[in-house]
Design a protein around this ligand. Sequence first.
Ligand SMILES: NC(=O)C1=CN([C@@H]2O[C@H](COP(=O)(O)OP(=O)(O)OC[C@H]3O[C@@H](n4cnc5c(N)ncnc54)[C@H](OP(=O)(O)O)[C@@H]3O)[C@@H](O)[C@H]2O)C=CC1
Ligand SMILES: O=C(O)[C@H](O)CS(=O)(=O)O
Length: 481
Amino acid sequence: MSDPARLLRHQAYIDGRWIDADDGSTFEVTDPATGEVLATAPKMGAAETRRAIVAAEAAMKPWAAKTASERARILRRWFDLMMSEQDALGRLLTREQGKSLTEAKGEIAYAASFIEWFAEEGKRTYGEVIPTYDATKRLIAIRQPVGVVGAITPWNFPAAMITRKVGPALAAGCAVVLKPASQTPLSALALAVLAEEAGLPPGLFNVVTGSASDIGGELTSNPTVRKISFTGSTEIGRTLMRQSAETIKKMSLELGGNAPFLVFDDADIDAAVAGAVASKFRNSGQTCVCTNRFYVQSSVHDEFVARLAQATAALKVGAGLEDGVQIGPLIDAKAVKKVEEHIADATAKGAKVETGGQRHALGGTFFQPTVLSGVTSDMLICKEETFGPVAPVVRFETEEEALRLANATEFGLAGYFYARDMGRVWRVAEAMETGMIGVNTGLISTEVAPFGGIKQSGLGREGSRHGIEDYLELKYVCMGL
Ligand SMILES: NC(=O)C1=CN([C@@H]2O[C@H](COP(=O)(O)OP(=O)(O)OC[C@H]3O[C@@H](n4cnc5c(N)ncnc54)[C@H](OP(=O)(O)O)[C@@H]3O)[C@@H](O)[C@H]2O)C=CC1
Ligand SMILES: O=C(O)[C@H](O)CS(=O)(=O)O
């Protein structure tokens, strides 16, 4: 059995070498459940990033020259290693991010699935033979790797958000320079250990830890970087778009959400409550596709609120490594402050706390899973992404009103609704302004379907047969005979 300790790295990974920051500076990585310092990581900046970009450009040429099957064989080995180390990777992820071990191991499988999926999709980047417009010419279109990719990822899914970018990029023949979130760099470094063991050549997957603005500034301004793939807040997504404009980079942006969850009078209430808990409290409410607002039709409102409050109060709060824990700590004090602000604003404007509403007795960043009723659209909790374990419920009367309320946001990532009338299912699915919709389910994320948002929730799609397109360029070749 290999030693899981090899997965815990204190250095960044550039051009196949484990290195410190040029000036030796580091930053601490802490366990949100205990505040304990787990490790340090190098505090790098523009100079180290530039070297990673140079290494990526050099490594990409022979990599793109391989066949898709040759690339796939290495990616498949990486997938196998991730799955064989699922428990160790899950424990490391729980320690640095806080989610329950069950969810963390689930994330590792989800992360690995993108490597497995795109190892195969890389073999299907078909071109076209185009019926000519001129008998003396023959026309084709071919797909080629876009070039060096800059990837920047968030703390809430420290493994899956990385492989959802690195998988298609490598399968397409690109090389990647990744800046992981500073709160959760250890999972990224562990993935690099396994990529190295899988035989991924040096320079193809570089992990640069440290100053977001310095590293991001280099990735977005360096002309060798042809593509930026970002998952995180809409605010930072805007910044990266602005910074990338100068060198006209391709952009993939998975940004913030404000997911509505509609419960109609013809819904299966048992199923709706189960779906509500799954969608709201996954990762303690810290996912971009978590429900942010519940809208419940009048005739079923009181029953739904009572059942949701009962199920929410039963959720087990604790450190992620403890057996049976469902709600871990929030990532930091800033996250707790935002949750408290949303609850205080709502109750000041008339909302009622049905369960929870306070910091948990465990202290630190633990927070009671909460249900609010009597919520109205003027409250902050309906306008901003809470990113925490709070379920606000708004009552509605008609289908038209529900859709108007659901769509009254600049975001458009995910949305959910429970109904059984087929006409209503089609009408609401077509009218909801989101990139993804769960109908009678609260969990929609998978590598086989296109993940992404509209409006200010982002650009492009990740996963599915579409996800590799963003790492390819389509070249038209016109051949005179
Ligand atoms: N649509 C989606 O799939 C997802 C969207 N999100 C959204 O992101 C937010 C929560 O995640 P969070 O990590 O706090 O988001 P942030 O946008 O703050 O951070 C995301 C990443 O961007 C980096 N970053 C921050 N500032 C800059 C900068 N100026 N230049 C370059 N990189 C920068 C961060 O680095 P550092 O850690 O060093 O600050 C981190 O790696 C929520 O709004 C959530 O909805 C999150 C996950 C998925
Ligand atoms: O970072 C996130 O919130 C993820 O995109 C959500 S999911 O893909 O894991 O559902």
